[in-house]
Write a protein that binds this ligand. Structure first.
Ligand code: MLT
Length: 243
C-alpha cells in the first residue's frame, strides 16, 4: 500500500484537495494535511512557519499516522514544503509531486512583494486579498463554487499565519539541488494559465532531475487541484505508480 501525503498551498488548507482524494486509486491511502497554522492545525508555539519547520510538522503528522514514507504531493507552497522534506529526510519521500510549484527562491522583487502583502493583511485584513488573489490564482473559467471556496479560505486564515508564512516563503532557499539529487520519481503538474510557474519552467526543472515527467493542463490556473481535481488525481496515480 502506498501512502500519499497532500500538502496545500498558501493561504489555503487541506480542503484545497477536496474532490481529489476520492478519485485517487483506492489501493493508496491519502492523507491531506493542514500545514502548521493553517486550517484546523494549531498555531505552533515557536510561531515558525518556515518551509523547513513545516517539513518537520508534516513528518510529525506522518509519525502520528504511523507512516514511515510517502509519495508527497505539494501545491505551490506545499511543493516548497515537499522539497524541504526531501532535503531533510529523503528516505521518507518516495516520490515528489510539484503542483504549480518550483524549487526557485524568491527574486528581490518577489521578497518585497511578500513584505507588502504581510503589511496589507495586518493593516487592512485578509479580505482585501480576495479579489487580487482570485484574479491571479484562478483561471477565467474557474467556477463560482471554486471562487467561493478560495474566498472562504483566504478570509479564515489568521493574520499571524499570513505574516509568518510570507516570511517563510520569502526566506526559503533555492532547492534546485534537492531536485537534482532526489533519486525517486518527480512529477510536475502545471496549468497554462498559472502566472507563478510556466510550462517552460516546469520542463526546465524536470530536465534537471534524474527521473521526472511534466503534465500541462490547458487553460487551468495556479490552483490546479481546485480547478481540475480529476486531472490532479490522475497525475497522483501516475506518480504513485512509478515508485
Ligand atoms: C501558493 O499558492 O502557495 C502561493 O501562491 C505560493 C507563492 O506565493 O509562492
Amino acid at each position: 500500500m502506498t501512502h500519499i501525503v497532500l500538502l496545500h498551498g498558501y493561504p489555503l488548507d487541506e480542503s484545497a484537495f477536496a474532490g481529489v482524494a476520492d478519485l485517487v486509486d483506492p489501493s493508496h491511502t491519502v492523507h491531506a494535511v493542514d500545514l502548521a497554522g493553517f486550517g484546523a492545525a494549531p498555531w505552533p508555539s515557536d510561531g515558525d512557519l518556515s518551509m523547513s519547520a513545516q517539513a518537520d510538522h508534516v513528518f510529525r503528522q506522518m509519525d502520528g499516522l504511523g507512516v514511515d514514507a510517502a509519495v508527497v504531493v505539494g501545491l505551490s507552497m506545499g511543493g516548497y514544503v515537499a522539497l524541504a522534506m526531501a532535503e531533510r529526510q529523503p528516505d521518507r519521500v518516495r516520490a515528489l509531486g510539484l503542483v504549480g510549484s518550483k524549487p526557485d527562491a524568491d527574486s528581490d522583487e518577489g521578497k518585497a512583494g511578500r513584505d507588502n502583502q504581510a503589511e496589507t493583511v495586518v493593516e487592512q485584513g485578509a479580505g482585501v486579498l480576495v479579489a487580487p488573489m482570485s484574479a491571479a490564482l484562478l483561471s477565467e473559467d474557474a467556477s463560482l463554487s471554486v471562487r467561493a471556496r478560495l474566498r472562504t479560505m483566504i478570509e479564515r486564515t489568521r493574520a499571524e499565519t499570513y505574516v509568518s508564512a510570507l516570511e517563510g516563503m520569502r526566506d526559503r532557499p533555492d532547492r534546485g539541488d534537492v531536485v537534482a539529487s532526489f533519486d525517486g520519481p518527480i512529477g510536475i503538474l502545471v496549468g497554462t494559465s498559472d502566472p507563478i510557474v510556466s510550462p517552460d519552467r516546469a520542463h526546465e526543472v524536470a530536465a534537471s532531475a534524474q527521473d521526472a515527467f511534466v503534465v500541462v493542463l490547458d487553460g487551468v490556473g495556479h490552483l490546479v487541484p481546485m480547478e481540475a481535481p480529476a486531472a490532479t488525481a490522475e497525475f497522483i496515480n501516475d506518480l504513485a505508480q512509478r515508485v
